[in-house]
Design a binder for this molecule. Sequence first.
Ligand SMILES: *Cc1c(COP(=O)(O)O)cnc(C)c1O
Length: 243
Amino acid sequence: MSAAEQIKQVRQRIASACQQSGRDSRSVMLLAVSKTFPLEDVLQLAQCGQTAFGENYLQEALGKITQLAEIRLSSPGTPQIHWHFIGPIQSNKTRPIAEHFDWVHSVDRLKIAQRLSEQRPTELPPLQVLLQVNTSGEASKSGVAPTEVLPLCKAISQLPRLELRGLMTIPSPTDDADTLRREFNECKALLEQARELGVQMDVLSMGMSADLETAIECGSTCVRVGSALFGQRPANNQQGTPS
Ligand SMILES: *Cc1c(COP(=O)(O)O)cnc(C)c1O
């Protein structure tokens, strides 16, 4: 299937899910997860109007970002892309993330947020960040425990070079809709509690190729879609290994 057909299908899935829940389809943003796929594939989707791309592995992402900057110098008509970092973050790798990305979905401790804020270049707009929440309990080690979310949101929202936009979650690896719903709803409830405490946040990054309908039903405003847009990844590269 061509890139144009793939993205049309995914946009259609988002629109139907929104319609089912009585939501405006413009309230859900599509993040195209391009990890393991070359810049060529990214540019094909960009030609179809897709502007936001997500990457998990820092070195791989920096390669594509640099390559795109070079292409844009020689062909200025090449679309601009907003890059979202969605993979695990090591604290000694925050500087290139602060310098080259527009968004980070995977902030999972205060130290990372502080470093990103300190290292965000002053000539760039504030880095848009999401706090990653571990809604699946023992099943996943990434993300902060639900009980830590509110104090961390308060602390991160004070950092000068970051704009805390919301929460992200990766649910348990299951296709059981009730389990997924419980975890997505927990994330949504935490966002609402933080808002009641005065932390301004508007983004819920939830849902991937297999579960975007359930996530939208539970209030997702950003679905992160890889394989449904780009095809299957090599089997050993499904999850984010530390960058
Ligand atoms: C790989 C990945 C995705 C995309 O997963 P698909 O199942 O291919 O849609 C979304 N979010 C994160 C954090 C990922 O690592």
